[in-house]
Ligand binder design. Structure first.
Ligand code: SF4
Length: 292
């Protein structure tokens, strides 16, 4: 029997994809492919983040019913306190050596009145890419904001919603004029993570779900770093609990504590409380049309 037959007959592929090392291996391989010369960042004394997201507002002018970040559940959406966001970004920035993709998002990011001052705290010198996410419905008109965006090498990522086509054209024209890079998300589908309710999975099912989730979106919200947006906003909305080892209290910790705890969160191998209220990583998570 040759190796290929053995691989297929013994379901080795499935076993490998479900084993605890697969997720870590994927991350390390992706990093090595991207940064051949930056392998030093994998040394134990360095903290490399592949992606980090900073939430600056929960207000959104679309509030799509299937938003996986749960914006539709906020009865009283709010702009995060500017000083708190800036202070927690500073603490976070002190804690890592390199971040592949530093993201600023909402809600709808361009609704925030504090975007300009928050962007000043972005550590672009140790980030591979810095992005603002927008639903493409708001066209900012602020020369100072554009100047900061250029200085901080901000890239704008526009969601591709059918209802925002006209506004999107205007926004891309302004970004072209201001010499700010942007990209338009091509995918027309979202993943539906299911209703925010306890789906009753047992421990074994939750572990399997978590290993197959592959989400890579640590989220900074109100001074704390969470494993994923569902957990961050679910807790903020009072829809679910959080356990002490499932988040990092960036603002309260020292830098040394943050480095240690962020690393622990990044390489986490156990589900978080939010997984009980989510169906990503299961067969029940299906693709749906993007946006409204
Ligand atoms: S709640 Fe769990 S399964 Fe859902 S996205 Fe977050 S980590 Fe993945």
């Amino acid at each position: 029997m040759n190796m290929r037959t053995l691989w297929e007959r013994a379901h080795l592929r499935e076993i490998w994809h479900n084993c605890r090392y697969y997720n870590d291996y994927r991350r390390i391989r992706a990093f090595c492919q991207k940064h051949g010369r930056e392998i030093r960042l994998l040394l134990p004394d360095k903290l490399w983040l592949d992606s980090i997201s900073v939430v600056i507002t929960t207000k959104c002018n679309l509030r799509c019913p299937d938003c996986s970040n749960l914006m539709q559940y906020y009865d009283a959406p709010y702009h995060l306190d500017r000083d708190l966001v800036i202070a927690s970004m500073k603490k976070l920035n002190e804690s890592f050596d390199w971040c592949d993709h530093y993201k600023i998002l909402g809600g709808e990011t361009f609704l925030s009145p504090d975007l300009k001052s928050i962007l000043m705290s972005v550590p672009q010198e140790k980030c591979g890419k810095v992005s603002i996410f927008t639903n493409g419905t708001i066209v900012p008109d602020d020369r100072d904001l554009f100047a900061v965006m250029r200085r901080k090498r901000i890239n704008v990522i526009l969601s591709n919603y059918g209802i925002a086509q006209e506004a999107q054209k205007k926004l891309t024209a302004v970004l072209d004029r201001e010499n700010i890079s942007y990209e338009i998300v091509k995918s027309l589908v979202w993943m539906d993570y299911g209703l925010v309710m306890n789906h009753g999975a047992n421990d074994k099912e939750l572990l399997r779900q978590f290993r197959q989730c592959f989400i890579n979106c640590k989220l900074l919200l109100n001074g704390c770093l969470y494993y994923c947006p569902r957990h961050a906003h679910g807790y903020d909305l009072g829809l679910m609990d959080r356990k002490a080892d499932e988040y990092v209290d960036i603002l309260r910790n020292t830098t040394a504590q943050n480095r240690r705890e962020i690393r622990r969160l990044m390489w986490r191998r156990k589900p978080v409380e939010a997984c009980k209220y989510c169906q990503r990583g299961t067969d029940k998570a299906i693709q749906i049309p993007r946006g409204k």
